[in-house]
Structure formats: structure tokens, C-alpha cells
Write a protein of this length. Structure first.
Length: 156
């Protein structure tokens, strides 16, 4: 997926790009996950800059599809799975379903859900270097505005 934006900050091979809401996003099935919040709100994105862009320049960036799906799975899927696992395990350990005290089982279920959810975020934080450094998952600048043909070609 490609989007266009304006460079607002640069530093050693990384550029921060402001992406305006795209009209085509409204018809996309991933719009709610990709753009949570106000649909008209500009988004900021850090991207790899191999072309040497400057502040204020219009650029086209490419978002790898695999990166979007992995980010959604790590951000939403993993914590949600751990929340339900913790709740189910807490319910079971608290005596729920086995003829035990229902209130005790609910308390253990809530405690298990909170602990497993917290653990999921701690684990994501600890494993962050493994997935954050993968260049294939990071968005990158593919061309500067006004340029066509070869990516990053300069006009004389």
C-alpha cells in the first residue's frame, strides 16, 4: 500500500511523515484498524529514508502488507488472547464450573485476566527488539514528489 505525505522531521536515515486522511481509506475494509480515531485527523509515521529527503518535501511511502498485519496481531490479537486465557485460567483455578463459589471464581477470573494482560504487554516490550528492527516490516520512502520512473531519481 502506498500513501503520500509531507516530511516534518528527519534524522539519520529516518523521516517523520505527516499523512493526510486518504479519500480511498473510507472504502477499505481495514480503515478502522489502520486509522483509529477521527478519520479526518492527520497521522504521523516514522519511515526509513534512503533517498535523503528534507523537511517540507512531499513523498510517497510504501507500507508493507505483512507489516500491517503483524502490527495489528501484536497490538490487538496477542493482548486480547492473553486477557481471555488469564480470565479462563483464573475462573478454573477459582473453582468456577466445578460447583465452587461463583464469587470467588469471578475474583480469580478478573485477577487472572489483569495479570495475563499485563504479562502480555511486558512480553511485547521485552521482545520489541526482535520485531522492531526488521527492515522488511518498516514503511519506507519510495519516491519524492514530482519524480517519476526510477525510485529516487533526481531531475536536473
Amino acid at each position: 500500500m502506498e500513501e503520500t505525505g509531507t516530511v516534518i522531521h528527519t534524522r539519520s536515515g529516518i523521516a517523520t511523515v505527516r499523512l493526510a486522511a486518504n479519500a480511498a481509506c473510507g472504502g477499505c475494509s481495514q480503515n478502522g484498524a489502520c486509522h483509529p480515531g477521527d478519520a479526518g485527523e492527520a497521522r504521523m509515521l516514522e519511515v526509513r529514508d534512503s533517498l535523503g529527503v528534507s523537511i517540507g518535501q512531499e513523498v510517497t511511502i510504501q507500507l508493507p502488507d505483512s507489516g500491517i498485519w503483524l502490527a495489528m496481531a501484536l497490538t490487538y490479537g496477542w493482548p486480547l488472547a492473553m486477557l481471555f486465557t488469564g480470565a479462563a485460567l483464573g475462573w478454573y483455578l477459582g473453582g468456577g464450573g466445578g460447583g465452587g463459589d461463583g464469587e470467588r471464581a469471578e475474583l480469580w477470573s478478573a485477577l487472572g485476566a489483569v495479570l495475563f494482560l499485563g504479562g502480555a504487554f511486558v512480553l511485547l516490550h521485552l521482545l520489541r527488539p526482535l520485531y522492531e528492527g526488521r527492515a522488511s516490516l518498516r514503511p519506507r520512502i519510495v519516491r519524492k514528489a514530482g519524480l517519476s520512473g526510477v525510485s529516487g531519481a533526481r531531475t536536473g
